[in-house]
Design a protein around this ligand. Structure first.
Ligand SMILES: Nc1nc2c(c(=O)[nH]1)N[C@H]1C(S)=C(S)[C@@H](COP(=O)(O)OP(=O)(O)OC[C@H]3O[C@@H](n4cnc5c(N)ncnc54)[C@H](O)[C@@H]3O)O[C@H]1N2
Ligand code: MOO
Length: 396
């Protein structure tokens, strides 16, 4: 099997996801956080929708002094100011009456009996319809991740619900008879460190994780049965761990053949993690085969699953940015090297304890610097970074 170049593998995973993107669902704003806009957000009204006072004071017409003829509070529908030399008391956020020439701040005015005097500021103290947006204007494109800010904007311009792509449903299956699910490892057994870890990463990539199965016995029948059950339970994506190679109890490839799967990507020219795979199953479903070595599994997650999920959600692409190296990172010959880095003072530094079996380096890293095939990452070089999907406060 010839390994696929890493960037081609990512692109293929993204395309496969985009071609199978989940259908849009009209989603109430309260349930839309973390989903993806399936259509552009077009404002339903001018913003603001009516002339709106920015200050507390007096809406005045004609020359001073102004006789107070009423009051308009936020939420009121203001009657026009009909005569010169009159004013109404006005609150911040209230609709400015027709005929208003200025809004005078209360602290810059004098009220004497029924008469108001003062010098209005030259710049208008109210916002006119369309200041922020005009009715029918596109505010955000389709594919925008729905954040709290997007939800607020959608509410402000009139939406109760938005067309959004639902979160892809992921299931996780862990293979390996050597795995313990509690207590310290030893005597040939290791703790399953992927079952507890992967749901959190998957959720941060926008998936829901309904099913977590395993450790599943190292037999072909048990593999096929576990995968079939996960898809039958409604998963769009099944992630498996381990068994991607061709050792005596590695059953993933034969299981995929039995399930009628076809490969989107089968092994990738990346270190660590090269035996990773992505397969398509009948009915627009996917299986990501993550290698058993724990760090390699996360490399595979970020290399294949992140772009697949971005595509399934109708997003622009999986997140990347660039970083400048504060210390050199060697390349891995003809393979891409995904090297764990931490960020400090705007520079990226390699971390220790990064063998593919280890998680110590990963646990204190911000992401993977991408050292291209045939190159080394020199100090001062600018490289792509695949950020681990964490919120800002979580990122080391
Ligand atoms: N003859 C060769 N053998 C191996 C090669 C190779 O090129 N030639 N490549 C190695 C590389 S690289 C990787 S990566 C692994 C991938 O193997 P599998 O995906 O088949 O994974 P397993 O054999 O099941 O496990 C590998 C390793 O990881 C441990 N493991 C598995 N699952 C978990 C888990 N959930 N939590 C913690 N640790 C786990 C497992 O005990 C093994 O130590 O193949 C190499 N072999
Ligand atoms: O590719 Mo393996 O993933 O080095 O551990």
């Amino acid at each position: 099997m010839t390994p696929v170049p890493w960037d081609e593998a990512r692109a293929a995973a993204y395309r496969a996801g985009a071609d199978a993107a989940r259908a849009a669902v009209e989603t109430p704003l309260a349930e839309a956080d973390g989903l993806t806009l399936a259509a552009p957000l077009v404002t339903l009204t001018d913003l603001p929708a009516f002339p709106t006072s920015s200050v507390d004071g007096w809406a005045v017409r004609g020359p001073a002094p102004w006789r107070v003829v009423g009051r308009v509070l936020a939420g009121d529908q203001a009657a026009p100011l009909a005569d010169d030399g009159t004013c109404v008391e006005i609150a911040t956020g209230a609709m400015v009456p027709g005929g208003t020439e200025h809004v005078l701040r209360v602290e810059e005015s004098t009220l004497d009996g029924e008469l108001v005097t003062g010098e209005p500021r030259p710049n208008p103290e109210w916002r006119v319809p369309g200041d922020e947006a005009s009715r029918g204007e596109e505010l955000l494109p389709a594919g925008t991740p729905v954040t709290p800010g997007v939800i607020g904007l959608a509410a402000s311009c009139g939406y109760d619900a938005v067309p959004a792509r639902p979160a892809p449903r992921a299931a996780l299956i862990v293979f390996g008879d050597e795995l313990l699910t509690s207590g310290p490892p030893g005597a040939g057994r290791v703790r399953d460190s992927l079952g507890p870890q992967l749901p959190g990463w998957l959720r941060r990539l926008g998936a829901t994780v309904d099913t977590m199965v395993g450790p599943v016995k190292d037999t072909l029948d048990a593999h096929v049965e576990a995968i079939r059950t996960a898809f039958e339970s409604g998963a769009d994506l099944v992630c498996t761990t381990g068994g991607t190679m061709h050792g005596p109890v590695d059953h993933l490839h034969p299981a995929l053949a039995e399930l009628g799967a076809s490969y989107v990507v089968n092994t990738v020219a990346v270190r660590p993690g090269f035996p990773m795979l992505l397969a398509a199953l009948p009915g627009g479903k996917f299986l990501a085969g993550l290698p058993g070595n724990p760090q390699s599994a996360v490399v595979a997650l970020m290399s294949l699953v992140a772009p697949l999920l971005a595509g399934l959600q109708g997003r622009a692409s999986a997140a990347t940015r660039t970083v400048t190296l504060g210390a050199p990172i060697p390349g891995r010959g003809s393979y891409t090297h995904l090297a764990l880095v931490r960020l400090e003072d705007g520079l990226a530094y390699p971390v220790g304890h990064v063998a593919s079996s280890m998680l110590r380096g990963l646990s204190r890293s911000a992401g993977f610097a991408v050292v291209a095939p045939g190159t080394n990452g020199d100090k001062g070089a600018t490289l792509p970074l695949v950020p681990l999907p964490m919120m800002d406060g979580e990122r080391p």
